[in-house]
Design a binder for this molecule. Structure first.
Ligand code: KG4
Ligand code: ZN
Length: 345
C-alpha cells in the first residue's frame, strides 16, 4: 500500500510517499518540503493568506520531486492522505483540495489525518522506532501535551498547557529579544553562549501536582527582565536566552518524568518542533537513563512539520483498522480539533 501524504496546516508544504506492507512498520520512500519561513520572516509571524497562496504554488512541484525520488508514478498511489486539522483554515483547504482532486482523478480513496497524530507517530519513521505503549511529550508551536499512548488511535491526554505552548514560549521570548521568526531555534543557538543561571525566571506550575503546563507568565517575566536591562539587553541577550530555555526545559523535563512515574511506563516519545531542541534532548536523555526509561525522538529533520508524518499516520491508522480511506471527495477541514476526540470508534 503506497500512501501519498500532503501537509499544509501552517507554514510548511510537505509531500511524502510511505509504503506499508502487511503489519510491518511502514517505510518512508521519499519526502520533500518547502518551508515558508523566509517569506513570513518580514512580518514576524505567519500571514495566513500568504501561507495558503504559497501552498498552492508548491504542492504539485513537491509531489513531482517525491515521485521522481521514489521512482514511482502517480498511478502507483493507493491512498491519498492530507492534514485535515488542526491548523490555518485556508492553508488546510489547499492540501485537502489537492488531495481530494488527486484522489478523484486517480479513482483512489482519500484520508484526512490529524496533524498532531502525525507528530505523535513521527518517531516511527526513524531507524529505531518505538513500541506501544508509551508516554508522549508533544511539544510544538501550537500544542504542549503529555499523553498516554496505548496504540494507534488510543490516546489519553494526561496534561496540557492552559495557555501558551512551549514553542510559543520560545518564539515570543525570542521576539522580545529581537530574534527572527520563528524564534525557537534562534533562541536555542544564542543560549549556547549564555549562562542559564544568570536570571531567575519562573517555572510555572512546576509544583502544581498535576501534569498541566503554563507558559504565559514566563513570557511576561522575560519581557520584564528585558525592560529592566534596557540598553544592557544586547550584551546580556545570550544569558537571557539561556535562562529562558532552562526554564522551559526544566518544566518539560520534570512534568515528563512525573508522567512516567504516574503511568509506570518505561518508554517516552518526544515529538513536535520543540523536540528538536538539543538542551531538551540532552536533559531528557540523562534523566531517562537514570530511570531506565527509553526515549525516542523523530529524526531531527522530521521534528517540525512535514508530509512524511502525515503519510505515516495514515498508513498506521489504516493498518490498525482505525480508519478507512474512502472514495468520498467532498472535503472539510478542522482548524480546531482535539486529539483525544480521535478515540477509537
Ligand atoms: O511542530 P512544529 O513545526 O509546528 C507546529 O505544529 O506548531 O513546531 C514549530 C515550533 C516553533 O515554535 C519553533 O520555534 C519550535 O517548534 N522549534 C524549536 C526548535 N526548533 C523548532 N524550539 C526550540 N528549539 C529548537 N531547536
Ligand atoms: Zn506541527
Amino acid at each position: 500500500m503506497l500512501v501519498l501524504g500532503i501537509e499544509s496546516s501552517c507554514d510548511e508544504t510537505g509531500v511524502a510517499l510511505v509504503e506499508a506492507q502487511g503489519s510491518a512498520t511502514p517505510l518512508l520512500r521519499a519526502h520533500a518540503l518547502h518551508s515558508q519561513i523566509a517569506m513570513h520572516q518580514a512580518y514576524g509571524g505567519v500571514v495566513p493568506e500568504l501561507a495558503s497562496r504559497d501552498h498552492i504554488r508548491r504542492v504539485l512541484p513537491l509531489a513531482q520531486t517525491v515521485f521522481a525520488e521514489a521512482g514511482r508514478q502517480l498511478a502507483d498511489v493507493d491512498v491519498v492522505a492530507y492534514t485535515r486539522g488542526p491548523g490555518l483554515a485556508g492553508a488546510l483547504l489547499v492540501g485537502a483540495g489537492v488531495a481530494c482532486a488527486l484522489g478523484a482523478a486517480l479513482g483512489k480513496p482519500v484520508l484526512g489525518v490529524h496533524h498532531l497524530e502525525g507528530h505523535l507517530l513521527s518517531p516511527f519513521l526513524s531507524a529505531d522506532p518505538p513500541e506501544f505503549p508509551f508516554v508522549a511529550l508533544l511539544v510544538s508551536g501550537g500544542h504542549t501535551q503529555l499523553m498516554r499512548v496505548d496504540g494507534v488511535g488510543h490516546y489519553e491526554i494526561l496534561g496540557e498547557t492552559i495557555d501558551d505552548a512551549a514553542g510559543e514560549a520560545f518564539d515570543k521570548s525570542a521576539k522580545l529579544m529581537g530574534l527572527p521568526y520563528p524564534g525557537g531555534p534562534w533562541l536555542a543557538k544564542l543560549a549556547e553562549q549564555g549562562d542559564a543561571a544568570a536570571f531567575k525566571l519562573p517555572r510555572p506550575l512546576l509544583h502544581s501536582g498535576d501534569l498541566d503546563f503554563s507558559f504565559a507568565g514566563l513570557k511576561t517575566a522575560v519581557m520584564t527582565q528585558a525592560k529592566k536591562l534596557g540598553g544592557e539587553l544586547e550584551a546580556r541577550k545570550a544569558d537571557l536566552a539561556a535562562s529562558t530555555q532552562a526554564a522551559i526545559v526544566e518544566v518539560l523535563l520534570k512534568k515528563s518524568m512525573a508522567a512516567l512515574e504516574a503511568t509506570g511506563m518505561k518508554r517516552l516519545v518526544v515529538a513536535g518542533g520543540v523536540g528538536a531542541n538539543h538542551d531538551l534532548r540532552r536533559q531528557l536523555d540523562a534523566a531517562c537513563a537514570r530511570r531506565g526509561v527509553r526515549v525516542h525522538y523523530p529524526e531531527l529533520h522530521l521534528c517540525t512539520d512535514n508530509g512524511a508524518m502525515i503519510a505515516m499516520a495514515a498508513a498506521m491508522r489504516l493498518q490498525a483498522g482505525m480508519a478507512a480511506a474512502t472514495p468520498r471527495y467532498a472535503f472539510d477541514v478542522k482548524p480546531r480539533w482535539p486529539l483525544d476526540s480521535l478515540q477509537a470508534a
